[in-house]
Write a protein that binds this ligand. Structure first.
Ligand code: CP
Length: 311
């Protein structure tokens, strides 16, 4: 296939072929980096603006490393350090960033749909780095990349996403991506945080953690997104940890070599026992590392475009 998009706004938008294209491209970049220590500076002379209106460690830094590894200049602007705090609108901010010569804008914002909104206002590629509880496409791509590295073909693999699904953009993006690649996806957590409506998209929904983990090939744990919740959805964090936290008893319900993912930041002792987070079953830091090659693939594809299959 030929990649023709100039923006990456969601995984819902992508076809399975487009997802596979980006994953193959990330694999090729990672292999090239491991073989020769570097990749071609194919974005030399390009200027990328990281516009992060919500806090971030992994995503912002990985986009910075990805851009620099491809030879691009990247400038990061955070919410507190921007003129948004002086009343400037997001639209004006983006138009000014474009006037400053941006070749692409990577945006994280608390409002769902803000990347789509910007993509209609400016002529440069917009990369969604997380918009409210809507989507986090680059995270899902690196999660799926890591799952494929560990499990191979994801068709019919049982992947459980456990935690605060309702407020999670990571869960939504992963759900779209995993279903498009043929995985069986179970969404699990407290009934207040895992609506039955997700069944309409093709997921299995359960509020029983034992059933969710039984025979699973992988579990992706999600933290409670307190920053998006107006009210408490369960009695206390201790009770949440007691029922839904991943401990050694819960882990034993999964397949023998099942793996544990977490997009971070993780809350040790809540959604996962600290010892399990540090165990060989957890691939959390491998996810983070894979995020660089995946974001290189995204930036290169959206800025250069019209490119044939990487394999
Ligand atoms: N997974 C993720 O989005 O982490 P950050 O908030 O640190 O970018």
């Amino acid at each position: 296939m030929i990649w023709q998009r100039n923006s990456l706004l969601s995984i819902e938008d992508l076809s399975s072929e487009e997802i596979i294209f980006l994953l193959k491209k990330a694999k090729s970049i990672k292999e090239q980096k491991e073989k020769s220590g570097q990749v071609l500076p194919s974005l030399k002379g390009k200027r990328i603006i990281n516009l992060f209106m919500e806090p971030s460690t992994r995503t912002r830094v990985a986009f910075e490393i990805a851009a620099k590894s491809l030879g691009a200049d990247i400038i990061s602007i955070t919410g507190e350090a921007s003129s948004l705090t002086k009343g400037e609108t997001l639209k004006d901010t983006a138009m000014n960033v474009q006037a400053l010569g941006a070749d692409a804008i990577v945006i994280r914002h608390s409002s769902p749909g803000s990347p789509l909104f910007l993509s209609r206002l400016v002529d440069v590629p917009i990369i969604n780095a997380g918009d409210g509880a809507h989507e986090h496409p680059s995270q899902a791509l690196l999660d799926i990349y890591t799952l494929q590295e560990k499990l191979g073909d994801l068709r019919d693999k049982k992947i459980t996403i456990l935690g605060d699904i309702l407020f999670s953009r990571v869960a939504r993006s992963n759900l779209w991506g995993l279903l498009k690649l043929g995985a069986e996806v179970t969404l699990a957590g407290p009934s207040t945080l895992v609506p039955r409506e997700f069944e309409e998209l093709g997921a299995r929904v359960t509020h029983d953690p034992n059933s969710a983990l039984e025979g699973a090939d992988a579990v992706m744990l999600l933290r409670i997104q307190h920053e998006r919740q107006q009210a408490s959805h369960f009695p206390s964090l201790a009770e949440y940890a007691n029922v839904f936290g991943l401990d050694s008893v819960a882990l034993a319900r999964m397949k023998k070599n099942a793996i544990i993912l977490h997009p971070g930041p993780l809350n040790r002792g809540v959604e996962i026992e600290s010892e399990i987070a540090d165990s060989h079953r957890a691939v959390i830091l491998q996810q983070v590392a894979n995020g660089i090659a995946v974001r290189m693939a995204i930036l290169h594809s959206c800025i250069i475009r019209q490119e044939g299959d990487p394999s």
